[in-house]
Write a protein that binds this ligand. Sequence first.
Ligand SMILES: [Zn+2]
Length: 363
Amino acid sequence: MNAAYFSANYRQARQRFVEAAVAAGMTVQTHAHPLPGAEGEALAMDVARGGGFDAPALLIVSSGCHGVEGYAGSAVQNAVLADAALLGAAQAAGVALLFIHALNPHGYSHDRRVTHEGVDLNRNWVDFTRPLPANPGYDALAPLLLPEHWPPGPEVQAGLMAYAQAHGPRALQQAISGGQYRHPQGLFYGGTAPTWSHLTLRRVLRQHGRGCRRLGWIDLHTGLGPSGHGERILAARPDPDTVQRARAWWGADGGSVTALHDGSSSSAELEGMMWQAAYDECPQAEFTGIALEYGTLPLEATVGALRADHWYAAHPEAPADGRAQARQAMRDAFYVATPAWQQQVLDQGLAAVRLGVAGLSGA
Ligand SMILES: [Zn+2]
């Protein structure tokens, strides 16, 4: 039964999401993407809302910010949409629900983490009218991360090891994943302008998030931390009231909320995070948000998959079999298709949504 919430590809995920939303009595709003998908299918950011525009509180549940991570996020959305008791509890508590499916549908369809612009959507929310953030660590590592030839030779791996030994593994993770704005073909690239997903999400938030007094957001991710564990990472301004509120809501079941600013998260500190959009577009609301980040494979494996993915994207002349292997490695790095992992994802996703509803209702 639970396996049915997980889809084999973007096209199936989209179809299931639309069916689940309609079955829950919601209408689906489609924001069409300008490009076709990997199989020629139509791409879109689809939005379904449960609850009126006069609801005092709104909880966003979003998937696919990082494309390929949408396999898990989409399944959680389906499970919530199928949970009549949870939907009923939200309605009774005055909490409207907003499901945003495939924030980055192009990445999802192509099993990539970045958007069609080559941009990490969760590094794309900086002020582009000002000088962009520097990342000298990434500048130093760039030729090693994406060397001339693939797979990389032993001297390339030795260079990365030397950086880790000189600065520590945490500094290596920070340099690679913190976000960079100088290497358009590189990893964790934040771009030079708002992406299609960025602009579209702003429109969705303007339409749906301007009427509520309290706004919550659970943004579903994969690829960091122990396999199957859903880390609740603060995805909001780390001011004391917001931190306290997030920890009260999502710690109510004995769980914990980690944060980037105090080093308690398995994530590095990041530039240009997407939650900025909630403050920009819904300034009237008290905002509380988390990323729910499910572990998959060890960090070295996910970074290895990302390097190959970016290398092949930058080398259209490279052989097709290597490219297909790299795509499969991306899927495997961000989606563990075993029943045990899937069950962990659903259980923790549903729990986070229940806690979010309870927090927003003031219960
Ligand atoms: Zn992610």
